[in-house]
Structure formats: structure tokens, C-alpha cells
Design a protein around this ligand. Structure first.
Ligand code: COI
Length: 356
């Protein structure tokens, strides 16, 4: 499908940020966005790149009432050779289609959608920042647009992609974060939509996050919805713990987001012949290991957060320090390897990087 382009004249484009050390996350948007429509009987059609701006939407659009939506998050990087690279973009689109299935949204054609993504990034190539630790964050999203107040599957959708230059997701950057173990609220339960990347999961997390922030914690660590014992994930990241030489992360049993950074970390650790387990891990086991001096490190993984070391875990009124509150050696090694591959500084043995 040919992508129609309606571009702004150069003198109407916004000035690019001058100080890339102050980008923050998700506050600056590129000049253009990508749109494509779906209608029952017409499939996906009319792909177009247009100036960034408000969407025209009926106040009765199904997404606004019943949350039929999915989104993705991926990045484009300025490589050390000045070129623009993306990291496993196909994996994001494949995950998006799995989320689409769960939310009864028609799947996107992966290859064409990938080409449209490349086209948008190429159009906005000047927005890809150059400072180390920065990137162009890309947010593909699908929303149900049919106007109807009956609870039903929409017959119309809009797929859109917006983008903007970003720095570190957490104000701490690569410094260790403090996490709060949540026991009152749950994020998702098995059989629900926890493994889909959909807005409701994030809405469900807000109250716990607000309460944790008010107590001075960066992120909430979710436990399973049944026993409130097993580690699930942290707000915007999957979690890893290193206990007595074993690198452990929770299995993908239906309520956890299947992170692409999570998968990349597992692949790298296995490639390095580390002892890696995807297994159930309870908060009790983590804290017993901490008491016995066997909790070597803990870190979160995510597209936005990259590798985020955990300096302390707060559970039932007590702070438990991890790795002396410092960034552990595996977190360091993974961060260097992952960002090295993404920026073209290190070899890419897994074929993850795509030149745009
Ligand atoms: C990402 O890591 O891309 C995410 O989707 C996290 C986001 C909710 C900020």
C-alpha cells in the first residue's frame, strides 16, 4: 500500500531541542505522525504521513468508553556512524498483533506496517537525537473509533504512530531506583489482559503508583493476583533478580507483559552461559536471599527504561538494600552490551538491529 504524504513546509516545522541532556520522556513530539484506517469490509487502508495534531474522534468512540486499544513502544537510535537504527521492530509489531487478538482488534499486516514505520522515521530523521543515552521513542497505537455506547467489538479503527526524542525514563537515569512491593492492589490476573499492551493495565496501576510516589518510591513491584506472593513485574519493566549466581525472571504465564528487552536480556545471559531461570519467585525467597547475603542484584528491563538497577526493595514497612544500593556488575554488563548493540558500537550476533 502506497503511503500518502502531506508534509509541512520546512519553515513551519518546530525547532529541534537544543539541549539533548534535558529531553525527559514523552513530552516533545515530532512534526509528523502516521495514520491508517480500518473499516469492516475495507481492511486497513489509506496509510498516510500528516502533520502532528489533534485527532477528530466522536465522543462516543468505543475506545473512550470500553478501552478497546493497544499500543507499542520502540526506539530509533543514532548509531556511532551517524546512521539511524531500530532495535527488533518486527518483534514489537508481532507483539502488537498478539495484543490486537486479545482485544478483538484486527491484526496489522506486519511487513507493510514495518515499512510505514521506516518511512515515518526517515521523514523525521532530523529528530533522532545524537547524545548518548537519547533516542527517538516511537509509539504505535490502535484505537476503536466506531461511535456506539453498546458494549461491542468496534467495526472501525485508527492506527496511528507518534514519535519524539527522549532521554532516560526515570529521573534517576542509570542510578538504582527504590521499589515498593504492593500488596493491596493487583495489576492483572491470569486470564485477564495483563499480557497485552493495552491502556487498562496502565490505568489499573496508577493509584498504587501515586501512593508509592507519595512515600518516596520510584516504582511499584506487583505481586500475583492470587496469593500476593510471587513477583510479577514493575510498573513499566519486567524484573530480574540474581540470587546465588542464578539469574531469575518470572515466567510468561499470562499476566505479565512479554517484554522485548526481557527477551533480549534472557538471550544475552544464555549466550554468556549464565545460569538463567524463568521461574516462579516469591518475595519471601528474595528477602530470605537478601538476609543470607545471596541477593546479588536486581534490575528491571524495558524499552523506555532500558536496564534499571534496583537499589532497595520496600516490603511491609522495611527497606531491604540490594547490592549495597549500587548498580550491580550484571546490570552494568547488560546495559553496555544492549546499548552497544543498539548504537552499532558492538557486534550484533543476534541480528536485532535494522538500519533505517
Ligand atoms: C515501554 O517501555 O516502551 C513502555 O511501553 C513503557 C511505557 C508505558 C512508558
Amino acid at each position: 500500500m502506497e503511503c500518502r504524504k502531506e508534509l509541512l513546509p520546512a519553515d513551519s516545522c518546530k525547532p529541534k531541542p537544543t539541549d539533548e541532556s534535558k529531553l525527559g520522556f514523552g513530552q516533545i513530539f515530532c512534526d509528523h505522525m502516521f495514520l491508517m484506517d480500518y473499516e469492516k469490509g475495507k481492511d486497513w487502508h489509506d496509510p498516510r504521513i500528516v502533520p502532528y495534531g489533534p485527532l477528530a474522534l466522536s465522543p462516543a468512540a468505543l475506545v473512550l468508553h470500553y478501552g478497546q486499544e493497544v499500543f507499542e513502544g520502540l526506539k530509533a537510535y543514532r548509531g556511532v556512524d551517524g546512521g539511524i537504527y531500530m532495535f527488533r521492530p518486527q518483534a514489537n509489531l508481532e507483539r502488537m498483533n498478539r495484543s490486537n487478538k486479545r482485544l478483538c482488534i484486527p491484526e496489522l499486516p506486519v511487513q507493510e506496517t514495518l515499512e510505514h514505520l521506516f518511512e515515518l522515521v526517515k521523514t523525521e530523521h532530523e529528530w533522532v537525537p545524537t547524545l548518548e543515552g537519547t533516542s527517538l521513542y516511537i509509539r504505535p497505537t490502535v484505537i476503536a473509533t466506531e461511535a456506539c455506547l453498546g458494549v461491542k467489538v468496534s467495526s472501525k479503527y485508527l492506527y496511528f504512530v507518534i514519535m519524539g526524542p527522549v532521554g532516560a525514563y526515570y529521573p534517576e537515569g542509570f542510578n538504582p531506583v527504590r521499589i515498593y512491593v504492593e500488596e493491596n492492589y493487583v495489576r492483572a490476573s491470569v486470564g485477564g489482559v495483563g499480557e497485552a499492551k493495552t491502556m487498562g493495565n496502565y490505568a489499573a496501576s496508577l493509584l498504587a503508583a501515586e501512593e508509592a510516589h507519595a512515600k518516596g518510591f520510584t516504582q511499584v513491584l506487583w505481586l500475583d493476583a492470587c496469593d500476593r506472593k510471587s513477583i510479577e513485574e514493575v510498573g513499566t519493566m519486567n524484573m530480574f533478580f540474581v540470587i546465588d549466581g542464578e539469574v531469575i525472571t518470572s515466567p510468561l504465564h499470562g499476566s505479565i507483559l512479554p517484554g522485548i528487552t526481557r527477551d533480549s536480556v534472557l538471550t544475552m545471559c544464555r549466550h554468556w552461559d549464565l545460569n538463567v531461570s524463568e521461574r516462579k519467585l516469591t518475595i519471601d525467597e528474595v528477602l530470605e536471599a537478601q538476609a543470607a547475603g545471596k541477593l546479588e542484584e536486581a534490575f528491571g528491563t524495558g524499552t523506555a527504561a532500558v536496564i534499571s538497577p534496583v537499589g532497595s526493595i520496600h516490603y511491609r514497612g522495611t527497606d531491604y538494600t540490594v547490592a549495597d544500593g549500587q548498580t550491580g556488575p550484571l546490570s552494568h554488563k547488560l546495559y553496555d552490551e544492549l546499548t552497544g548493540i543498539q548504537l552499532g558500537k558492538r557486534p550484533d550476533p543476534f541480528g536485532w538491529v535494522v538500519k533505517v
